[in-house]
Each structure stands twice: as structure tokens, then as C-alpha cells.
Write a protein that binds this ligand. Structure first.
Ligand code: HEC
Length: 146
């Protein structure tokens, strides 16, 4: 893959300047870089998916105070974007989508970068994700505070 193409994809994904479809991502999360970033500073603790991460939610910034409520509304989407700290290239997107207004009723997905596209989707068996996110049961399985 050429260096220019890598930089191009980084712009689409990382900086959100370019409105373009990213190959392999579900339509629902194509625009996630334009959503509200919940964390203030990049998350650099090791944690589950090291090491440089941002968490986006599809709630407009001016509605965040009113709408960032547990349990989250049906249709709420969180995308955790992991970048390679050395290159700042996006490697992985972790996705949670609220299926109903009932607490803890999320679908879980992962998209992995493979060259110039992403591969992945909703997980048939998200037990591994849910098992750890149970630590945040009191906040509808969502760790990130606003
Ligand atoms: C070992 C614990 C652990 C596992 C396993 C885990 N996560 Fe997380 N996840 C976290 C933590 C901690 C955060 C908060 C941000 C951070 O520190 O990375 C988080 C954040 C998230 C977020 C942003 C919303 C939030 O809760 O803050 C999404 C989306 C997410 N994870 C999806 C997934 C998916 C999908 C899987 C399974 C493929 C998964 N996670 C597995 C610990 C885990």
C-alpha cells in the first residue's frame, strides 16, 4: 500500500475532514468522526484495548447533558476508536448499539483494519465484551463518563 493512500485513509478516519465512505464500515457508523467525542483527552491507559483511544457517541454535543443518561435510549451508538500510537493509523473500531431502552440491551461489534478497508460487523457471540463491561453495570455497561 502506498504511503499517500495510508495518509488519505487517516484523514478520512482520524481527522474527519473528508466526507467519504470508508470501505467495509457499516452505514450506521460511517460518520462517527463527526459525532461527539466523550473523552476530553485521548485515553492512553492500557485497559482492554491499548493504547490510544477515543470514544464517540451519536448524541449531538448540545444535547449531551440531557441525553447522556442511563439507561441510554434505543439507537444510541458508541464507537471506540483505537489508533496505533506510533503511526496514528486507526486499527480497530469497537461498537455498541443500544437495541432498546432496557438497561444493558446492546449489540456489540468490531471492525478491524485490513489494508485500505475494514472488515467486521456485529458479533454473534459478544460474551467476552459483555463479561468485562459488566464492571460498568451500574452505568448501563458504559465505562466512559462525560
Ligand atoms: C477487559 C475489559 C474489556 C473488554 C474485554 C472489552 N472492553 Fe470495551 N471498554 C473497556 C473499558 C475499560 C472501556 C473504557 C475506555 C477505555 O479505557 O478503553 C471500554 C470502552 C468501550 C466502548 C466505548 C463505550 C464505553 O463503555 O466507554 C465500546 C464501544 C467498547 N468498549 C466496545 C467493546 C467491544 C465491542 C468489546 C468486545 C469485542 C469490548 N469492548 C471488550 C473494557 C473492556
Amino acid at each position: 500500500m502506498s504511503k499517500i493512500r495510508v495518509i488519505g485513509l487517516m484523514m478520512v478516519l482520524g481527522l474527519g475532514f473528508v466526507v467519504a465512505q470508508v470501505a467495509g464500515l457499516s452505514a450506521k457508523i460511517q460518520g462517527y468522526t463527526g459525532w461527539t467525542r466523550v473523552n476530553i483527552n485521548k485515553i492512553t491507559e492500557g485497559g482492554a484495548h491499548p493504547a490510544a483511544k477515543d470514544v464517540y457517541v451519536n448524541i449531538a454535543n448540545d444535547r449531551l447533558a440531557a441525553a447522556y443518561q442511563r439507561p441510554f435510549a434505543a439507537g444510541t451508538l458508541f464507537v471506540k476508536e483505537r489508533v496505533d500510537p506510533a503511526t496514528l493509523v486507526v486499527t480497530t473500531l469497537y461498537v455498541m448499539e443500544k437495541r432498546s431502552a432496557t438497561a444493558k440491551d446492546w449489540s456489540w461489534g468490531v471492525f478491524e483494519r485490513k489494508g485500505e478497508r475494514f472488515e467486521g460487523g456485529v458479533l454473534a457471540n459478544p460474551a467476552m465484551c459483555v463479561g468485562c463491561h459488566e464492571q460498568a453495570a451500574a452505568t448501563d455497561l458504559v465505562f466512559t463518563r462525560r
